[in-house]
Design a protein around this ligand. Sequence first.
Ligand code: ATP
Ligand code: MG
Length: 650
Amino acid sequence: MTHSPSNDHIDNVLHETRVIQPPAGFVANAKVTREEYDRRYRQSLDDPDTFWGEVAGELTWMKPWEQVLDWQEPHVRWFVGGQTNLAYNALDRQVERGLGDKRAFIWEGEDGEVRTFTYSALLSQVKRAANAMLALGVESGDRVTLYLPLIPEAAIAMLACARIGAVHSVVFGGFSVSALSDRINDCQSKLLVTADAGLRRGGLVNLKANADDAAKKSPGLEHMLVVDRAGSNPPMKEGRDVWWFEALAAASDEHEAVALDSEHPLFVLYTSGSTGKPKGVLHTTGGYMVSTYLTMETVFDLKDDDVFWCTADVGWVTGHSYSVYGPLLNGATVMLYEGAPNHPDWGRFWDIVQKHKVTILYTAPTAIRALMRQGDEIPGKYDLSSLRLLGSVGEPINPEAWMWYARVIGGDRCPVIDTWWQTETGSIMLTTLPGAHPAKPGSAGLPMYGIDPAIMTRDGQELGPDEGGLLVIKRPWPSMLRTVYGDDERYKKSYWGEIPHVYFAGDGARRDADGYITVMGRVDDVLNVSGHRLGTMEIESALVAHPSVAEAAVVGRPDDIKGESVVAFVLPQGGQTVDPAALRAYVTREIGALARPDAIYIADALPKTRSGKIMRRFLRQIAAGQAIQGDTSTLEDPAVLDRLAEMSAV
Ligand code: ATP
Ligand code: MG
């Protein structure tokens, strides 16, 4: 193979060959077998109208659709002409099916308080919240921003919006005043739902104070609905601010869900901002409902008595699709936890699993690596035997972290699924099905039903087995984003304009002979060393495989001879010291001299988005000795960059 710096190939350098068969005990009771997956996947591509019509038909529609799919590239409509209501399907339908007394949410506050909501109780709260919003003048199609801690009221407010046809925009409660006001103004919200404060690592995060400051910069905002979470007694502005509990107490608990067009906007959600300025991704009702309903049941092998815990905040798409909508559409019991994984100590997750008998855990590589850094003793102190399935989402999971998760948390008894998807895709796109497919650590796996991926070059040429290139999706799927809010040009250009006639995800990937897709990192982060294009995932995975390293990020630094040289930022595994010479030798042995880091920074933290993703764009600037530039509003802890900039590499 010849290498030219400008092509879109990404070199395949990591030779990970482990294949982990699903545990026999799991396979015996699994909902989907391999034959079933093959059959339904085939049908979903060969006859999408029948496939999607059948799935959608399992839900309640107030008016049936006339056409399953109307694709006018790059704009799509699903279940055209149909009318439905997502909150109705998530709640009323469950009560009608006899699940009224089943637990919908088990919520644990950071301070240990536990609240549970049955489906009936949740429905009644949502009806009251819907009426309270209507009383504040919110109309169908209006935007409502939610700026809340992870408390049940966050989900109640989302469902209330969905019930009346208002469009929610959840802004993570850890965001700053300016990030909040930018997002309020970008989608011109009328109402802000917030709380006095949230609890975080034992302290209070004063959300209402931030909301007040943001409101000064948000002229279109009319009202604030304020949940009293912490009893901190913030000032309330006469005529503008209303206490949530008072408004709900005054509201009726009778409310009939509104029939909404299938393409009625459901929510706007800003992407994590790993690669640039966040985009306001718009999702609509019918398609998003059908995809989250289907993937929740299929991918997580969901059973009636499961306690499903997705640790993501509702401020991210994972929290939307798999803490709220997907599970409730299936009548599942959902665990919600308000606080930090290390409060009061690093055993908190395992304490929650043990106490509430969580059966399915869905978390992110950033959390898995952080927990792994603390060693095996902490999880060893808890009874994790209720767990039967583990999932990962958000970043590539390094094979060593995968193995740790399977062994130490899953007790070699639970399958691990690595699910690739995006804010834009709305639901899981690539994964293995836990009872149907063996797992290959580091590889997300196979496409979900209806998803038609390919690996291409920028001019639309499909690449062969094991060739790294650009990950694309060749046809629309129901939970696909419909546009970038207020910027359809950006939608057309970023997603359907990069490569002719396909959806471009922005990630690099390769597909093996079994059809498994391995995500190799973001295309923006690809390194170009001596004409070889290297994805970040493989070099980072080799670094993390060394016993002294818990987490790693690599970036390219301009180099006169090689074009770029590899710069690595590594976090030592708890109690270990990193020997740079040994680490270089290890990378050389594992993946070749090409990937050997020229410079290594031994750090105590990496710059991450508030959703926990490594932000390599700033590391590139540090590696090159440049001043930090670009949107830093989504950065979790800006001080990390200052510390790194003062460090010298070894
Ligand atoms: P922005 O688009 O603003 O740069 P972002 O891409 O981090 O931010 P999200 O939509 O939260 O915003 O994240 C989607 C991205 O996360 C994917 O494009 C991919 O890079 C990464 N990702 C998610 N899940 C996986 C996974 N299982 N394996 C590899 N990468 C993943
Ligand atoms: Mg993205």
